[in-house]
Structures are given as C-alpha cells and as structure tokens.
Design a protein around this ligand. Structure first.
Ligand SMILES: Nc1ncnc2c1ncn2[C@@H]1O[C@H](COP(=O)(O)OP(=O)(O)O)[C@@H](O)[C@H]1O
Ligand SMILES: [Mg+2]
Length: 314
C-alpha cells in the first residue's frame, strides 16, 4: 500500500496529475489533509480546484498519481468512498420539482437510509441551516444563500466523515456569504471539511490550513496565519531611472517601510509595506532622474514563488 493507514489523514494525494488532452489541469499534486480539520484550497478561476475535487469524490479519474480519502483508494474503492463523503458541488443541482424537504429525503433514500432514521436527521438539519420554516417550499423560490444552505444540508444527511464544498459562496452577496460561513463553522469539528474558494478572506475566516494553487500546481501550503503573513498588505512598484539606479537603490534600502528591493539595469522594483509608503519613497527620490513609476500588480505566484529581491532582500 502506498499510504499509511495508521495516520489520521483524511485526504492524501501523491503526484496527482490530470490531463484534458493537451491541457494539464493538475500537475504532480501532493496534498495531505488531517482528519477533523477545515482545509481551504485557494486559487483563481481555472486553477484546477474543481478537477481535484472531482477526482477525490470519485466522479473522475486521474491521468496518473494517487489519491485516497479516509485511507481508501479513489481508483479502486470509489463505492466505499462515496458512502463516507458529502459533496456540495460548484453548481447547486437541486431538484426543482421537489420541495426542500423532499430534496433531502430523496438523498437519504439514495443512501439507503430508513425513514425513521432520516426523518429526525432532516428535522435537525433544516433547523440548523435556518430552513425549517421553508421546508415545504420549492428551491426556485429560495434566495441564492438559502439554496446553498439547502445543498449543504443535503450533503450532511447521511452523516459523512469528509465534506467537500466546491466554492460554497461564489456568487452570494456578502451577507449570505457570512451566513454560510456561520453554518459551516457550526458543523465543523465532527468531520473533515475540504473547501475550495477564490476568496482569500473566506479561507482566512474558516480554515485551519490553506493550500494555494494555480495552473494545476501547488504554490504554497501552510497554516492560515503563515500564509496571511506572506500575503498581507504590500504593494510593489517599478521605478525606472534615466541613470544612477544602483545609487538610488542604496538610498531606498535604508527606509523602514521597504520590504524588498531588486535592481535590474536602470529599473528598481520595490515592495512596500503599504501604498501610503509611496510618498515617502518619492520624497527620498526628490530630484532623482526618474523616468517612470508604475504599480506592479502582484499575483499569487509573485508572492509565493518569486518574491522579488532574491539575493538583495534585506
Ligand atoms: N472537462 C474538461 N475538459 C477540458 N478542459 C477542462 C475540463 N474541465 C476543466 N477544464 C480546464 O482545466 C482547467 C482547470 O479547471 P477547473 O478544475 O474547473 O478549475 P477551477 O475549479 O479552479 O476553476 C481549466 O483550464 C479548465 O478550462
Ligand atoms: Mg471550479
């Protein structure tokens, strides 16, 4: 066996790779998620988040590499995995011809639950998600936030050990988003929660650990605080000089609000504590032959793969 069953690991991937024709959606992906944690997978659109969730939830097969959920192999033990997991897919996928309650009942029956067991479980979940009063209504009459909560309730009916949430709050207004966060928090603890999001704020609010991915690759992995520290504030500017760039770089290096600096020819890139520091920088450069100053947008990759100033970083 390539995994170690003794470890309290809910999700494990090793060199997981998925190709769609020429496109590599997931590339050599290594991940480990501890049981009982809330784990956030953060990445922009097209990063490969849904691809990873589809493989872990056994809806799709990888091209190469391995993945396990609760020690079960996604390639050979799909049926066992599906019994242990709850899935909130990116699209709501509610049955619009069934009432809210009937949507949950259908799910319970599909999971082979008996009526006397699922009736009370469904009562509980409707209460927990704040939907008890609307259980006889059809999902089409619900707000986006209520529909999302109903899908979360549905994923919980059969008491899964691992809950997958694919962008649980994308498209919701801030208030509904917070409501969904509260409900996710209230169900945490008893199970492992794996969620994807492209909102940094969401990952910060909910997750114990965060992985950041883009272009199918894992960029960074750590506790929420570690990654927050690395992403915090900060803006970067490119300053082009007519002449004398190294000399002005020396001058800037002494400044307190400067985090990083890199000199290339007559161009100096500076990373600043916050954008307000720019006026201080401009003050220091008073009279210098500056040709142009431009804001440099920082991408996740800038922050996590190639912090500027490698070598000259103070
Ligand atoms: N069924 C598919 N066939 C071909 N390409 C796909 C398919 N699904 C996703 N992709 C591509 O794979 C990449 C990752 O997509 P996806 O996993 O949906 O990312 P995310 O969920 O992070 O937005 C994207 O470039 C997307 O266009
Ligand atoms: Mg997606």
């Amino acid at each position: 066996m390539w995994y170690n069953k003794a470890m309290p690991t809910a999700i494990l991937t090793r060199s997981l790779t998925k190709q769609y024709g020429q496109l590599t959606a997931l590339s050599d992906f290594d991940l480990e998620v501890e049981q009982g944690s809330i784990f956030g997978l953060l990445g922009p659109n097209g990063a490969g988040k849904t691809t990873l969730i589809r493989i872990l939830t056994t809806l799709m097969r990888q091209t190469s590499g391995e993945a396990s959920v609760e020690g079960l192999d996604t390639g050979t033990q799909g049926r066992e995995i599906r019994r242990l997991i709850g899935v909130v897919p990116q699209e709501n996928s509610l049955d619009r011809y069934l009432t809210a309650r009937e949507n949950l009942e259908l799910h319970a029956r599909l999971h082979g639950m008996e009526a006397r067991r699922y009736a009370s479980r469904i009562d509980e979940l409707l209460e927990l998600m704040g939907l008890a009063g609307r259980q006889k209504d059809f999902p089409d009459t619900f707000s986006g936030g209520m529909q999302r909560r109903l899908v979360v309730a549905r994923a919980l009916v059969h008491e899964p050990r691992v809950l997958f949430l694919d962008e649980p709050t994308t498209g919701l207004d801030p208030q509904s988003r917070r409501a969904v966060w509260d409900y996710v928090r209230s169900i945490a603890g008893s199970m492992t929660i794996f969620l994807t999001t492209h909102y940094l704020e969401e990952a910060e609010q909910l997750c114990d650990r965060i992985a950041i991915m883009d272009h199918g690759r894992l960029i960074a992995l750590g506790s929420t605080q570690e990654l927050k520290d690395r992403l915090a504030g900060g803006t970067a500017y490119r300053i082009e000089f007519e002449t004398g760039a190294p000399r002005y770089a020396e001058l800037l290096k002494g400044m307190a609000c400067l985090r990083e600096i890199e000199v290339t020819g007559q161009t100096v890139c500076v990373g600043l504590e916050s954008w307000e520091c720019l006026s201080e920088v401009l003050g220091a450069l008073n009279g210098a032959p500056v040709r142009r100053i431009a804001l440099r947008e920082r991408t996740l990759e800038d922050v996590f793969i190639s912090p500027t100033g490698s070598g000259v970083r103070e």
